[in-house]
Design a protein around this ligand. Structure first.
Ligand SMILES: Cc1cc2nc3c(=O)[nH]c(=O)nc-3n(C[C@H](O)[C@H](O)[C@H](O)COP(=O)(O)O)c2cc1C
Length: 332
């Protein structure tokens, strides 16, 4: 992937038109507790992710790397995540492996020494020359706690130079899981993961997925606009809304689910947890802030935290465990 393509993605994602539909959280409603037996000041949002303590069940999801702008974005997000004590994933590191001179734009560990950091590669690259060595290099380069593979068949189909051979990836993924030495997670990029695929991923050893569902950043629209391919507009309505993916995938035992894709408030986060998610992730909502400063990214994180805590207060949940047990209704 070229540096120009990455820059184009950033610019197009900054346009509100790149945000299409709804993740479906408006279909769910908590039962309001007029007498919550909770002190707001004592609400505890702490959790653990990849063996490290985190203060909020929120992660900033993989976006970029490769260019000078991308380096700045990654640095600002990393500094904010370290201050807020939340996990952070970089964007696809294929460019860093193919063009080592761009690798420094991903190296955020000095800015975020204590929080989980996730390396990122497209799973399909395992059919295009990448193997265990490349995965190890990506993890080492970042001093990452885990490797996040992304699945993006629609995006690749819309790209002019897309990598569209998705055959036989499961056994290759299984081999990486066995030998990498750090946990391997899998995400989509905005079209969602079905229960069937989630089950298959779990069966080869994946323990955590980010469903990255439909209803937020729309990669059919983004890639369609970038390439002029009319598939973009046709497939902008394609995908599994995040709330549906979270509901279905959370039923699979032995699998932790991250609710990503169109998570736009802390209320969405709370609803996702009540449906079984262990964490939420955001990408585009942090993008404009990441171009400004670490403080601007922190303000975004703080907004989500304030909304999450207020929701927990109003449902009488003093801890995330209590929130996960809170009763939630589907609106007719
Ligand atoms: C500018 C931008 C670049 C992205 N690049 C990547 C990437 O390189 N790898 C990846 O796994 N996901 C990438 N994504 C997808 C996000 O990680 C996320 O799954 C998706 O945007 C849905 O979240 P959102 O609706 O909060 O933006 C990117 C998203 C944005 C906004």
């Amino acid at each position: 992937m070229s540096i120009q393509k990455k820059e184009d993605h950033i610019q197009i994602c900054l346009d509100p038109a790149s945000q299409i539909g709804s993740a479906g959280w408006e279909r769910y409603r908590f039962v309001h507790q007029a007498m919550p037996d909770v002190s707001f000041a004592e609400i505890d949002t702490s959790c653990e992710f990849l063996g490290k303590p985190c203060s909020i069940p929120l992660m900033i999801s993989g976006m970029t790397g490769g260019s000078e702008t991308a380096a700045m974005i990654n640095q600002h997000i990393a500094l904010a995540c370290e201050t807020a004590r939340i996990p952070f994933g970089v964007g696809s590191m294929r460019i860093a492996l193919e063009h080592p001179e761009t690798a420094s734009s991903f190296q955020v560990r000095p800015y975020a020494p204590n929080v989980p950091i996730l390396a990122n590669l497209g799973l399909v690259q395992l059919n295009y020359g990448f193997g265990l060595d490349e995965c190890k290099r990506a993890v080492e380069l970042l001093e990452a706690d885990a490797l996040m593979f992304h699945l993006n068949p629609i995006l690749e189909a819309i790209s002019q130079d897309g990598n569209t051979d998705f055959t036989g990836l499961m056994p290759k993924l299984e081999k990486i899981i066995r030998h990498l030495g750090v946990p391997v997670l899998v995400k989509e990029v905005g079209f969602g993961i079905s229960a069937k695929v989630a089950q298959e991923l779990r069966d080869v050893g994946v323990r955590t997925i980010d469903v990255a569902g439909w209803g937020g950043t729309n990669w059919a629209f983004v890639e369609g606009r970038r390439t002029g391919n009319s598939l973009g507009s046709v497939f902008s309505s394609w995908g599994i809304p995040t709330s549906d993916a979270v509901r279905d995938c959370s039923k699979i035992s032995g699998l932790s689910v991250i609710a990503g894709g169109g998570m736009r408030t802390g209320v969405d986060m709370a609803k996702a947890m009540a449906l079984g998610a262990s964490l939420s992730s955001i990408a585009q909502p942090a993008l404009a802030a990441a171009l400004q400063s670490p403080e601007a990214v922190l303000a975004v994180i703080d907004r989500y935290l304030g909304e999450l805590k207020t929701t927990m207060f109003a449902v009488g949940a003093g801890t995330l465990k209590a929130l996960q047990a809170a009763s939630i209704e589907v609106r007719e």
